[in-house]
Design a protein around this ligand. Sequence first.
Ligand code: SF4
Length: 324
Amino acid sequence: MPGSAAACTVRPDGVAPFARNLEAHGLALVRDAALTLQVNVGLLCNLACRHCHLEAGPARTEVMSPDTMRQVAEHARTHAYAAIDVTGGAPELVPGIAGFMARLAPLAKRTMFRTNLLALAREESRELLEVLVENQVALVASLPSLAASQAEAQRGKGVLDHSLAMLRRLNDLGYGAEGSGLDLDLVSNPTGAFLPPGQEAAERRFKADLARRHGIAFNRLYVFANVPLGRYRKWLEASGNYEGYVRRLADAFNPCTLAGLMCRTLVSVGWDGQVYDCDFNQAEGLPMGGVPRRIHELDGPPAAGARIAVGDHCYACTAGAGFT
Ligand code: SF4
């Protein structure tokens, strides 16, 4: 079933379970103070991208209810987070999302809204867009590749042109302009079974290319490795790439990445209010600290030193210079 804890895929020979690998290095992955509340408002999406670890798509019906939105907002109000990060699926498609964003934005120093751009370009997203601008919500837009063939292989025909048109529209609204207070960040990920290039070099290339060829400006580029979960794992398996990809991630394990892993400072809430250490654990059905709970059952964010639930997918975060 899409989105549920996936059936166990055989770990390649010679790759140690992630938890055992940490032990072998004398390391423990535990929490720091929680800084970011990440809210996944649903698995419904207008696209069905090949790399999606949540297997979001147009046929998914899971969206956050008004009651759960209220509980999330109450939690955010009571336990001040430095940042709130709203994601999906395509959050734009969730009923009541404009009101939810208006409620959340005043509760944190920085509020982010993740978008695939196409969902935000719809006429139905006009009110939401006004709320985002008015509340200076930062946009984090996925743009896997600047090559049309690669972007389309991952997301479908015509997506690059539509994405670029929406980026231009956002620039016109002030997004990405110095001093506007409207941050526009991009996220890129590889289109195949390989690790991404270094973030700084990729950002320089994206900035130069988008400015020169399309007159588009943005603030930062984040480069992520695809996590072998959900639809991406199925694609790796079907294309015979799973073993090689996981081995590559494990071989690139870098103990120095542990200090910067997002799970150390993140509380991730699923569409049904369940809490996780990160979005990837959400896809794998691994609850926060290994204990299933909903947001309204938390007394507060997890304490520093608390356990983080890990799985073999964590190798995607600890490869090379780190990818979270
Ligand atoms: S997948 Fe990454 S962010 Fe999530 S628990 Fe593992 S190391 Fe942390």
